[in-house]
Design a binder for this molecule. Structure first.
Ligand code: ADP
Ligand code: MG
Length: 295
């Protein structure tokens, strides 16, 4: 019965990954065969609806960025499915993918990576509009000004180079650029990890504001629970290429089920009296049981 309903109505998800897998070769034999490899992502399924944020949290090398890059179709999957707005895009590439490219956009930790220092801010924001033939000339300039205003930047910054801006301003520019093609989903991979604490909060607030006005789906990736918690409706905890726990943000933060999730939570300051009480209780109750090994 559930299946019949699923067929009758389009999927509610902006972006979805089904049983995603990815292995990287570390070393190859002289014949080009991988003789050592790392299983970066080992069967991950997740989905996010328009207007909602899914947080992915996990320590370094747990596979978060690899999941993000597969969802954004920056790298191919070894196995599994990538679905954008109900359309299976797993096998699409090049030309066939092009009309859909703007639907799902990625933001990275270091905006320098996505902004070419040789070009102006205005050029960077206008580029996707030009590449996808959505606007040119004075239309493009107007659109760039609107996009900069949307991320709370002075449109006059269009004439500057990324190197002249602060880290927070640069991240706003890369968000403006990501919004140029009016995506349904943003995949933000550690978007605030390189920023100082107050700028971090500003960028997260901006993302929330944009989500509300544009009904954006957001996949927010961080090694840091405090960041995830700020924005996420649901949280998936990754460990060694798998999701070890998934639930609403309050379930996962207030009542973690997996020992790895507890360990992650214990390593970040969570400014919440209730949580601190629980944490003390957990400490007491785990005093006579073995602590999960750290790895
Ligand atoms: N292009 C690559 N080539 C080889 N190994 C990679 C590559 N990308 C990621 N890895 C490995 O895959 C694992 C997961 O990496 P990643 O997805 O970047 O984790 P995270 O974003 O959680 O830090 C790590 O062991 C990493 O070294
Ligand atoms: Mg990463």
């Amino acid at each position: 019965m559930r299946d019949a309903r699923a067929e009758a109505t389009p999927t509610p998800y902006a972006v979805e990954g089904v049983d995603l897998r990815k292995t990287f070769p570390l070393r190859r034999s002289m014949w080009g065969r991988a003789i050592e490899q790392v299983v970066a992502v080992d069967g991950v399924s997740l989905a996010v609806e328009p207007g909602r944020t899914l947080g992915i949290v996990g320590e370094s090398a747990s596979g978060k960025s690899t999941v993000a890059r597969m969802l954004a179709k920056l790298i191919p999957v070894d196995a599994g499915k990538v679905v954008w707005e109900g359309a299976d895009v797993t096998e699409l590439k090049g030309r066939a993918l092009r009309p859909l490219r703007g639907r799902i956009q990625m933001i990275f930790q270091d905006p320098y990576g996505s902004l070419d220092g040789a070009y102006s801010v205005g050029y960077a924001v206008a580029e996707p509009l030009k590449v996808h033939r959505r606007a040119s000339g004075s239309d493009a300039r107007d659109r760039v000004a609107q996009l900069l205003e949307r991320v709370n930047l002075d449109p006059r910054l269009a004439a500057r180079r990324p190197g002249e801006l602060s880290g927070g301003q640069r991240q706003r520019v890369s968000i403006a650029r990501a919004l140029a093609l009016e995506p349904t989903a943003l995949i933000a991979d550690e978007p605030t990890s390189a920023l100082d604490v107050s700028t971090r909060a500003e960028i997260l607030n901006l993302l929330r504001e944009l989500q509300q006005t544009m009904d954006l789906a957001i996949v927010l990736i961080s090694h840091d629970f405090a960041t995830i918690r700020h924005l996420a409706h649901r949280v998936a905890v990754m460990h060694r290429g798998r999701i070890v726990e998934e639930g609403t943000a309050s379930q996962v933060v207030n009542d973690p089920q997996d020992p790895y999730t507890r360990r992650l939570l214990d390593s970040v300051p969570v400014p919440n009296v209730e949580e601190q009480r629980r944490r003390r209780e957990r400490l007491h109750s785990s005093a006579d049981t073995a602590r999960p090994s750290s790895g």
